[in-house]
Design a protein. Structure first.
Ligand SMILES: NC(=O)c1ccc[n+]([C@@H]2O[C@H](COP(=O)([O-])OP(=O)(O)OC[C@H]3O[C@@H](n4cnc5c(N)ncnc54)[C@H](OP(=O)(O)O)[C@@H]3O)[C@@H](O)[C@H]2O)c1
Length: 290
């Protein structure tokens, strides 16, 4: 069968579309050229999740009620592809919850790339492709209650706060007084997908990476704004009675229909299992101006 392959340069296997082939993991997602797929009128929005075979993307600690990513869920191979997606973004959408987790050191900082040896090639790649050194950052938040990480300004990244029109006026005033641009994109306190994407397009952003969780994916999918879903399916049954899945909202219907674009098999990662890297195109994407 296949020898045990751990190095990033060892091939993985393309299962779809035919023909079956050995391909390199490194460069796999860069080859999709996502930064060329969107326009200002219709930015290309994409998201990436890693899920277990039993559908978990995170578990909840019953003692604290906090959610966490079990260590075995992610792998260096998956993380490399995650960074390749980030490299193609001119704008990231994250959220208040991530910034709170970052401040509490529950999660690591992924708001910049190319700053360490493993991802330096991606910084070079961005330069060659004419992208800014770091993507802009949009923070979606209904509460507007989060700490701002210094790394965003330290790295010269454009930064916007996105919220709904009914957000707390005092919090809005606070962020404006701190010099942040606020994007109002929602009728109540929550951000809605189409107005946010429309405003980001007007600002000149064309490739938008959802560096966010299930709620923001839900927001985009229900509004017909998701262009492509990258889903790593790790071949593990995680268990855990309290968990999160990719989509939290009510039954979705046809808006949830996706078309398989490609599927790769990584037989050796994570240790003791394997994983699929699947890419799906949304069957019901709408221009944000509709
Ligand atoms: N396995 C994976 O691939 C993967 C990927 C992502 C996340 N996760 C994990 O899944 C768990 C839950 O994800 P999460 O923390 O990202 O939670 P989430 O429930 O998706 O979102 C958390 C926060 O995002 C903001 N938000 C989301 N949608 C919004 C909208 N439409 N408008 C305004 N604000 C919005 C809110 O911030 P405010 O409270 O500030 O209003 C909300 O509290 C975490 O443990 C996370 O680490 C796993």
């Amino acid at each position: 069968m296949f020898p045990f392959m751990n190095a990033m340069t060892e091939p993985i296997l393309r299962l779809y579309p035919p023909p079956f082939a050995e391909v390199s993991l490194q460069g796999l997602y860069l080859g999709q050229r996502l930064h060329r797929l969107g326009t200002r009128k219709s930015p290309f929005v994409y998201a990436n999740f890693v899920a277990s075979l039993d559908g978990r993307i995170a578990l909840e600690d019953p003692a604290t009620g906090k959610t966490y990513l079990p260590k075995s869920l992610t792998s260096p191979h998956d993380f490399r592809l995650f960074l390749e997606l980030e490299a193609q973004a001119d704008c990231l959408i994250t959220h208040g919850g991530y910034l709170r987790a970052l401040a509490d050191k529950d999660l690591g900082n992924v708001l910049q790339l190319g700053l360490d040896a493993e991802s330096r090639d991606l910084a070079e790649w961005r330069k060659t492709e004419g992208l800014t050194p770091q993507p802009a950052v949009v923070i979606a938040s209904a509460s507007l209650d989060f700490p701002m990480p210094p790394s965003i300004r330290e790295n010269g990244q454009a930064c916007y706060i996105a919220t709904g029109r009914n957000a707390d006026p005092a919090r809005l005033e606070y962020w404006r007084s701190e010099g942040y641009d606020v994007i109002l994109a929602g009728r109540d306190r929550m951000v809605e997908g189409a107005p946010l994407v429309r405003k980001l397009g007007d600002l000149g952003y064309r490739s938008i990476y959802l560096l966010a969780g299930p709620s923001m994916l839900d927001t985009m999918v229900r509004d017909g704004q998701l262009g492509r879903l990258f889903q790593t399916i790790t071949h593990q049954l995680l268990g855990g009675a309290d968990f999160r899945t990719v989509l939290p909202g009510p039954e979705l219907g046809p808006a949830g229909c996706l078309k398989l674009r490609s599927l790769y098999y990584d037989p050796t990662s994570p240790a003791g299992a394997g994983q699929w890297f699947a890419q799906f195109d949304s069957a019901s994407i709408k221009p944000p101006h509709e």
